[in-house]
Design a protein around this ligand. Structure first.
Ligand code: CTP
Length: 401
């Protein structure tokens, strides 16, 4: 279940051209299962219509004139009491000034003043307005009061200028919302290291040996750990994915670099979801191998086994309290996985039948079996990689107990 499932999120939309991106944010929140109530200011409504938001949230979008309607006396108070989070995106310099000074002259600001939930603000304005000492002072005041300010980002501004002032992208705002909601989760105060992606082993400056791993499962685990309130370090081989907001990212290429990165960390949990190479070129050519020199003979050698090295290093003191690994198998799944569980001294292994077309590399679903060091196992049905990640994190926090 997503951290956003059944959460009541208020989305304030103020007068900025970035309002069109707020519709995307509302849609993303709704897709994650949140109940999204949108409150537009009059200026916000000039850029995007309430109908746009209604269409993506499936709920009525509130307008400033609702402050003066029949439900007026309860609307802002009930919003303020029931909301899990208020996010204002885009938030203009004008609304920031009102919030910083306790002004409550429209439905959004009156709700913000009545609200007891966390407040996330994504400023959007021209660079000059953002850098104005008054705006900076207002933002500092809001931050001091506990508001989370996300952005603004650098880039093209509506004025035609380039600079700081653009609202950050909805996906990034969503990431910050998840962190706020997950703050007191099961892994609060715990540190989790996750590896992801397929390593690349250089043959020469141009060519690499790699594998089909997309990194999707590892990235989903990093997100699930963040949702559970953990501090997350994501050690990632090259992938096409954007790391989850809040993760500290260490980028590596080869299995050797991944090993060094893992050994530079210590944490409550290590989850080795990466497809690290088993075989690597014995030599990497300094220059590009040329066709005119004939077909090269590549000699392979063993890559360092990261989990095995961690297991050996743990003999003299624990670097990671709980170690979770994966077994990617095309046959004899359970036999091979339980052999790896024991030989690599893991607490839990996620056995993955990569011969199934709906599981394993690149696809969004996975069919896995969890095996535990105490001899027990859990067979899971076909799940999304996000759901598998949530289950892994659930078990991890249980193992930590
Ligand atoms: N692993 C590792 N270091 C490597 C290769 C794999 O730590 N050089 C980790 C993987 O991240 C995974 C576990 O070991 O968590 C099992 O990986 P897998 O590829 O299934 O098995 P191997 O141990 O490499 O054995 P084989 O390829 O022979 O099945």
């Amino acid at each position: 279940m997503s951290i956003l499932s059944n959460k009541h999120i208020l989305l304030g939309v103020t007068g900025s051209i970035a309002g069109y991106k707020a519709a995307d944010l509302a849609s993303k929140l709704a897709q994650e299962g949140a109940q999204v109530d949108v409150i537009l200011t009059d200026a916000g409504e000039k850029f995007v219509s309430p109908l746009t938001f209604q269409s993506v949230t499936g709920r009525r979008a509130y307008r400033d004139q609702d402050l003066w309607g029949n439900e007026a006396h309860i609307l802002h108070v009930s919003f303020g009491k029931t909301a899990d989070l208020l996010v204002i995106a885009p938030c203009t310099a004008n609304t920031i000034a009102k919030l910083a000074n306790g002004l409550a002259d429209n439905l959004l600001t009156v709700t913000a003043l009545a609200a007891e939930c966390p407040l996330v603000i994504a400023p959007a304005m021209d660079g000059g307005m953002y850098y104005h000492p008054t705006t900076q002072g207002n933002l500092a005041k809001l931050k001091k009061g506990g508001a989370i300010i996300v952005g603004p980002a650098d880039g093209h501004l509506a004025s035609g200028l380039t600079g700081k002032g653009r609202m950050v992208e909805p996906a990034e705002i969503l990431g910050h919302i998840r962190i706020v909601l997950g703050k007191n989760g099961k892994l609060a105060g715990k540190k989790v290291v996750v590896t992801a992606g397929g390593t690349q082993e250089a043959l020469d400056p141009v060519r690499v040996i790699t594998n089909h791993s997309s990194g999707k499962q590892g990235y989903a685990i990093a997100q699930a750990a963040l949702d559970a309130g953990a501090e997350v370090c994501l050690i990632t081989a090259p992938t096409a994915l954007t790391p989850p907001v809040g993760a500290r990212v260490i980028k590596v290429n080869s299995a050797m670099e991944m090993l060094n990165a893992v050994l530079s960390e210590s944490a409550d949990v290590l989850i080795m979801a990466a497809a690290a190479a088993d075989f690597i070129p014995k030599k990497t050519a300094a220059d590009k191998m040329k066709k005119r020199d004939g077909i090269p003979q590549v000699t392979l050698t063993a890559a360092p086994d990261i989990l095995e090295t961690v297991a050996n290093s743990q003999l003299s003191g624990r670097r990671f309290h709980i170690v979770v690994g994966f077994a990617a198998e095309s046959r004899d799944l359970l036999e091979n996985a339980s052999e790896k569980l024991i030989s690599k001294k893991m607490d839990m292994i996620v056995a993955n039948d990569i011969s199934a077309s709906d599981a394993g590399f690149a696809v969004d679903t996975n069919r896995v079996i969890f095996l535990f060091a105490n001899g027990t196992k859990e067979i899971l049905p076909l799940l999304s990689k996000t759901e598998v990640a949530e289950k892994i994190i659930e078990h991890t926090s249980r193992l930590l107990e």
